[in-house]
Write a protein that binds this ligand. Structure first.
Ligand code: GTP
Ligand code: MG
Length: 506
């Protein structure tokens, strides 16, 4: 008798045009390139979904990722929560940049089980690509296939079955319910539906749930897996949840759907153990951090050894033990990954005690709940953004104002032209920064100004003048003056007469 194997999710990976979508279609009959633009351009843009039945009877949820270098962030969002990978390498092309980058992403996410398909064997001899594949992903079985002629597909199915047997299903681990939302849409007569890979826990009809960040309470009106309604969906598969209590406009991709009243909270600070594939970043570097289907720019503050504090510009919703993917912003590239050790630390730098604690956490040591509560209080006192553990949803007018500030860049309107309440709400949410008595800047604009000021100073022996900064930013004297004073007060620079000197360590 066939015992239903626990659900697992398979994610594709591989360079653009290496045959991921064609292979999934050959295996499942589903064309995951469903957007008109995808069909016209012949490339995948969004994540695609299908169900795959293996020879053993095991069902896999499949997430088909795009390979284009501009869509690596989409691939990361798709790869989050998968249990095993299917990497494709075209026989006529071999290992290419996104083959490598996707391999780095999979490592960073801790996904160590999968199969490599060397594709398009009708076009070239697969031998070279098979050797390259074994080199890049030594743990994986390598199978030569031709999606066009159907060769190698049975062998690939068996290889996937074998790999799946070695993965422990998420449904067997006890962990709080978490689904990282990758799509939001409406179904006529049903209302708002969200989908995602259920990381952990289960979602059943009637469950009380919460959307984070924001904290909006919702209820599951219905649950489906691959278009089949279920009473209860367990972790490890693609799940669609029909929500009561939220309109489509209230939900966004990147939010986390969690059990109501869970311990999950948004955070702007994370202490983590980082691992890089190449050069280590410098203290203070700005990077892009991906967690679940969410991402944010962040500064990396070195804490000693492999430990860093990740200081985020937008909140993420991680738990201890979660994986982060760390990417370079320009030129975009994946630098490595991280394991979350403390999802709610206070803002701190390196210290002997701090380092010892992180080493203990990295070894898997548990902390007493009392210590955690103490730290939470301290973190709320010490860190500005952490003071608002669940940022209130901003009003439409505040969001419009944020857009206006962001669009205005380095020449924002004066406060007198703006709604004071909306401005205060944005300031509280960290989405507007008071720079002088009557000027607020968007944090992104401020970040850009800071980067350019530092670069300018570094080109000029560590010194900037008002005139030089004004020319560098292409803005007026008024704005450059306000920014310089702000950065003096932020201790980026220190004023010496008419010059502003970059502080050491910047
Ligand atoms: N000759 C031949 N062509 C193939 C084979 N598999 C895929 N192709 C072709 O290669 C092109 C790219 O295939 P896709 O499956 O779209 O590649 P992909 O990896 O999904 O591409 P992205 O999602 O954009 O990264 C298409 O024109 C396919 O028809 C194969 O086995 N043989
Ligand atoms: Mg594709």
């Amino acid at each position: 008798m066939q015992v239903a194997a626990a659900p697992l999710t398979l994610g594709t990976a591989g360079h653009i045009d290496h045959g991921k979508t064609a292979l999934i279609r050959a295996l499942t009959g589903v064309d995951t390139d469903r957007l008109p633009e995808e069909r016209r351009r012949g490339i995948s843009i969004e994540l695609g979904y299908a169900r795959l039945e293996l020879p053993s009877g095991r069902q896999l949820s499949v997430v088909d990722a795009p390979g284009h270098e501009r869509f690596v962030r989409t691939m990361v969002a798709g790869a989050t929560g998968i249990d095993l990978y299917l990497m494709t390498i075209a026989a006529d092309d071999g290992v290419m940049p996104q083959t490598r980058e996707h391999a780095v992403v999979l490592r960073a996410l801790g996904i160590g089980t999968g199969v490599v398909a060397v594709t398009k064997t009708d076009l070239a001899d697969p031998d070279v690509a098979m050797v390259e594949a074994a080199d890049l992903l030594p743990e994986a079985e390598v199978v030569a296939v031709c999606a066009k002629e159907g060769e190698g597909l049975d062998q690939l199915r068996h290889a996937l079955d074998k790999a799946a047997q070695t993965v422990r299903s998420r449904a067997e681990r006890s962990a709080p319910t978490r689904l990282h939302i990758d799509r939001v849409f409406t179904i006529r007569g049903a209302g708002t539906v969200v989908t995602g890979t259920l990381w952990s826990g289960s979602i059943g009809r009637g469950d009380d749930l919460e959307l984070l960040p924001g904290g909006r309470r919702v209820r599951a009106r219905g649950v489906q897996v691959h278009e089949h309604p279920l009473e209860n969906a367990s972790a490890g598969q693609r799940v669609a949840v029909n929500l009561v209590g939220a309109a489509v406009a209230d939900v966004e991709r990147g939010q986390v759907l969690a059990a109501a009243g869970s311990d999950l909270r948004p955070t702007y600070l994370i202490d983590a153990k980082l691992a890089f594939v190449g050069r280590e970043p410098d203290h203070g570097d700005r990077v892009q951090v991906h967690h679940g289907t969410r991402e944010s720019p962040a500064r990396l503050a070195w804490l000693g050894g492999p430990f860093w504090q990740v200081r985020l510009e937008h909140p993420l919703v991680p738990m201890r033990g979660d994986r982060l993917v760390i990417r370079q912003i320009a030129p975009p590239d994946t630098l490595g990954g991280a394991i979350v050790l403390d999802a709610h630390p206070r803002k701190h730098g390196p210290s002997r005690d701090g380092l010892a604690r992180l080493e203990r956490l990295a070894m898997g040591e548990r902390e007493e709940p009392a210590d955690e509560r103490l730290r939470e209080t301290r973190s709320r006192e010490a860190s500005e953004p952490a003071r608002a553990p669940a940022p209130k949803p901003l009003s439409q007018s505040a969001l419009a104002l944020e857009q206006r500030l962001e669009d205005a860049g380095l020449e924002p309107p004066v406060d007198a032209e703006l709604d004071a309440d909306d401005l205060a709400a944005l300031r509280e949410a960290g989405r507007a920064v008071r720079v002088s008595k009557n000027l607020h800047f968007h944090p992104n604009a401020l970040q850009q100004a800071r980067d350019r000021l530092i670069a300018l100073a570094n080109r000029n022996g560590g010194v900037v003048t008002l005139a030089a900064l004004r020319d560098e930013l292409g803005t007026s004297r008024k704005f450059a003056q306000a920014l310089l004073e702000h950065f003096d007060s932020e201790k980026v620079t220190i004023r010496r007469g008419d010059e502003h000197v970059l502080r050491r360590g910047r």
